[in-house]
Design a protein around this ligand. Structure first.
Ligand SMILES: C[S@@+](CC[C@H](N)C(=O)[O-])C[C@H]1O[C@@H](n2cnc3c(N)ncnc32)[C@H](O)[C@@H]1O
Length: 222
């Protein structure tokens, strides 16, 4: 069984999507997709150890169902791929993977990105790569919040108005979005109660608290 986070990602994949899972690690997502009938899947790792592990995890699948590759990010992305998943890494790493081989994104209609931190960095870069955010979701699993961003290729991409909170989230105001920012707000409050906190960090956090307060209590729209 997939975790709630991986299941939420799998639910965003349609029947006709030809999927690459970059940084596939355990291979659970592609394994699940193969069982669901997806073919021409691609799963990659950029280090030998994780790559060999991935190969042994997926040994039941013939290479005509899942192509397993030792590659850095998108460097070997096959032209057949129209959907790229990059999940379980920091936002900056996801950004560097997307920016390293822009030509490889030409046929990629949909990106499913699940940064475990700094979703802002991801939202900020999508417009320059010709993608617009079409959907966002926050999954809560064992009291941890996981953000999932879906972006689609556009001839002229729509600029993200609020990369910090996410324009999509500010409009949808889902229960988990409010819960996540309430949790960040309470965590910041605890940090701010530390009398030894450097002044610059205190000022930064107080500014953040002001923004979060507006969003969670006043229903700030974009
Ligand atoms: C924490 S795991 C996430 C696994 C899986 N995607 C998930 O969401 O559960 C991140 C994986 O990305 C791999 N990785 C990191 N940088 C990469 C890169 N540039 N190209 C391919 N894989 C990378 C790591 O080796 C690691 O196995």
């Amino acid at each position: 069984m997939l975790s709630l986070r991986l299941q939420a990602i799998a639910n965003l994949i349609k029947k006709d999507d030809v999927v690459a899972d970059i940084g596939s690690d355990h291979g659970l997502l592609v394994n699940y997709l193969a069982i669901k009938g997806h073919c021409a899947l691609y799963a990659s790792e950029n280090k030998k150890g994780p790559y060999n592990r991935l190969k042994s995890e997926l040994k039941a699948y013939k290479s005509d169902i899942i192509e397993i590759d030792l590659a850095d990010g998108l460097e070997n992305l096959p032209a057949r791929i129209n959907t790229v998943v990059i999940a379980g890494m920091g936002g900056e790493l996801i950004v560097s993977i997307l920016q390293a081989h822009p030509a490889k994104l030409v046929n990629v209609q949909k990106l499913i990105l699940a940064p475990h931190c700094n979703a802002k960095a991801v939202r900020e870069v999508l417009n320059a790569l010709n993608y617009s955010i079409s959907y966002e979701e926050i999954v809560v699993e064992k009291e941890v919040f996981y953000e999932i961003i879906v972006a689609e290729q556009k001839a002229i991409a729509t600029k993200e108005v609020n990369p910090y909170f996410g324009t999509y989230h500010l409009q949808a105001r889902s229960e988990n979005f409010i819960k996540m920012w309430t949790s960040v707000y309470n965590q910041n409050k605890r940090i701010l109660s530390n009398k030894k906190l450097p002044l610059s960090r205190k000022e930064e956090l107080l500014k953040e608290q002001e923004l979060i307060e507006k969003v969670i209590s006043e229903g700030e729209k974009v």
